[in-house]
Design a protein around this ligand. Structure first.
Ligand SMILES: [Zn+2]
Length: 291
């Protein structure tokens, strides 16, 4: 059934389809093979075709290299069945606000909380697509701080310390906001701001910032700067989008991950939040899209 409908889908439209397509590990493997080798197996070394061995690995007909379709994937060499992994990925990707480790454990019927937590952590690592498009046009950029001690947890790198985070969001015309980015930096200065901009915002864009002097050097030669010192005007008025994103993130941390806001893994949560924010209007919250 999977093979027959391949040309017409990339991921299931609803849970009914999902459950039908991925009812066994063999279904999941078939899907992964299709994603990786849409035109049939091709050896990663010499490009030749080959055959499927009894152990589930593909063997090249020329150099006889054996390749597992799961090699390098987040679920490679785990003891958790692929059907459980797929269900976890589905829940992770389709739930609007994400899912806590406790809720995932319950949904999947896992005995171990640690397993659910590890799966979620691995899923978060794949929410960032390195080739994703840069923000463009009018972009608000601001700094904010998150973190502090996690109640009930010991250790952590910076007990009680807040971590600086740079927030950027596209302004849409006539109103509204587009995609966002959020990145932790060591400190806020012209160098860290410039690195953030180069990695996240297309040259030629207009940067809207508060009056912080560092933005002058950070944007020089690459961007148009619209800095608004705006004495007496609230920052929420000058940079409404950046403030909205920053406060949505905090609310999401306290909501979805209620009672266990784990600031030690702030970078992973930021990536997941950006992934969800940027797909908030997408009708296809599938398994393979990027932020
Ligand atoms: Zn080969």
């Amino acid at each position: 059934m999977l093979v027959a409908s391949r040309a017409h889908w990339d991921y299931p439209a609803d849970f009914g389809e999902f459950a039908t397509w991925f009812s066994t590990d063999a279904d999941c493997l078939d899907y992964l093979r299709w994603l990786r080798w849409p035109n049939g197996f091709a050896c990663g070394v010499c490009g030749e075709s080959g055959w499927l061995n009894g152990d589930g690995r593909h063997e090249c007909s020329s150099c006889h290299l054996r390749t597992s379709v799961t090699a390098g994937a987040i679920f490679d060499r785990t003891r958790t069945p692929l059907t459980v992994w797929f269900y976890a990925a589905w829940l992770f990707a389709t739930s609007k606000d994400g899912i806590s480790a406790m809720a995932l454990q319950r949904q999947l019927g896992l005995r171990s909380h640690q397993t659910a937590w590890t799966m979620l952590t691995k899923l978060r690592t794949v929410t960032v697509n390195p080739g994703r498009d840069l923000l463009t046009g009018d972009v608000e950029v601001d700094e904010t701080f998150y973190g502090g001690r996690t109640p009930g947890q010991r250790g952590g790198r910076q007990y009680g310390a807040k971590l600086p985070v740079i927030v950027a969001v596209e302004r849409r015309q006539p109103r509204g906001f587009g995609r966002c980015r959020m990145v932790i930096v060591d400190r806020i200065n012209h160098a860290t701001l410039r690195q953030f901009l180069v990695e996240n915002v297309a040259p030629g864009s207009t940067i809207h910032s508060d009056g912080l002097n560092s933005y002058i050097r950070a944007t020089r030669g690459l961007y148009t700067l619209n800095a608004q010192p705006a004495p007496g005007v609230l920052a929420t008025v000058v940079l409404p989008g950046a403030h909205r994103v920053a406060s949505l993130f905090k609310r999401w941390m306290l909501g979805t991950h209620q009672g266990s806001a784990d600031w030690d893994h702030l970078a992973l949560y930021l990536d997941e939040f950006v992934f969800r924010f940027n797909r908030r209007t997408s009708r296809h919250r599938g398994l393979c899209s990027s932020a």
